[in-house]
Design a protein around this ligand. Structure first.
Ligand code: KIV
Length: 275
């Protein structure tokens, strides 16, 4: 048997993680760490820190553009940011969110829009919100050679229909969505705001990796929004976020120091000038 058939794929610091390699992490038992990024410098840092997946999320609409939900961001804006991320990342798999309603206007339009993402960025896959309801679109994209990550559970693009960001507890519907997405050819799925015990059972029952956000410890991996992790987002923090740094305080303090030094003549010093 060839080495590649007998050795389960392991993430390596040197090589690029592929879509099949990402899916295979489930069987190897390696927990997948995924995080969002939206520009070159931060995408480079998260890649160098060793995540397996980088998501150019439509959360950009909120944490970068300052909108109140994920609905306003456009396909052109997603592509503009995905290009920066694609240029920065050399190791992780990069997945780009299809914004609302770029995959709701028929299969032809969905392929055209997802195709643009793959053609115009160095990113490898798209993500769309849906399970059973999007199975036909997922199948069509995958048949066109476009890898798809599904997004089940809470779907932020449906915030108005859901009446808010609520935990999703209908196990039968969630399992149906997860199975339908996997059968349609999705290579992985996000599970958002699902009780931990339900997420665990779904993870056991589907063959593709589940990437949880507010879905407990038993998913195959986790994803968080980078600005939440770094303490760069607004004051409201969902329960599922763990903040690992407080860059908001660091940045404010650094800029305050700069202002003070400009005003009292401490900056620029002789070492910052030319003779
Ligand atoms: O847009 C995003 O950042 C996401 C994650 C929260 C999963 O979809």
């Amino acid at each position: 048997m060839a080495k590649s058939e007998s050795t389960p794929p392991q993430p390596s610091k040197k090589s690029r993680i592929t879509v099949p390699g990402f899916s295979a992490l489930k069987q190897s038992g390696h927990k997948i760490a995924m995080i969002t990024a939206y520009d070159y410098p931060l995408a480079r840092l998260v890649d160098e820190a060793g995540v397996e997946g980088v998501l150019v999320g439509d959360s950009m609409s909120m944490v970068v553009q300052g909108h109140e939900n994920t609905l306003p961001v456009t396909l052109d804006e997603m592509i503009y940011h995905a290009e920066m991320v694609g240029r920065a990342v050399n190791h992780a798999l990069v997945v780009v969110d299809m914004p609302f309603p770029s995959y709701h206007l028929g299969i032809h339009k969905a392929i055209e829009n997802a195709g643009r993402i793959l053609k115009e960025t160095r990113c490898q896959a798209v993500k769309l919100e849906g399970g059973a309801d999007q199975a036909e679109t997922i199948h069509a994209l995958v048949s066109a050679g476009i890898p798809v990550m599904a997004h089940c559970g809470l779907r932020p693009q449906s915030v108005h229909q859901l009446g808010g960001y609520r935990v999703q507890r209908d196990e039968k519907a969630l399992l149906h969505d997860a199975r339908s997405a996997a059968e349609a050819g999705a290579f992985a799925m996000v599970l958002e705001c699902v009780p931990s015990d339900i997420a665990q059972r779904i993870t056991e029952k589907v063959s593709i990796p589940t990437i949880g956000i507010g879905a407990g410890p038993d998913c195959d991996g986790q994803v968080l929004v980078l600005h939440d992790v770094l303490g760069l987002a607004s004051d409201y923090m969902p329960r599922f976020v763990k903040q690992y740094a407080n860059l908001q305080a660091e940045i404010t303090s650094a800029v305050k120091n700069y202002c003070t030094e400009v005003r009292n003549g401490q900056f620029p010093g002789p070492e910052h000038g030319y003779s």
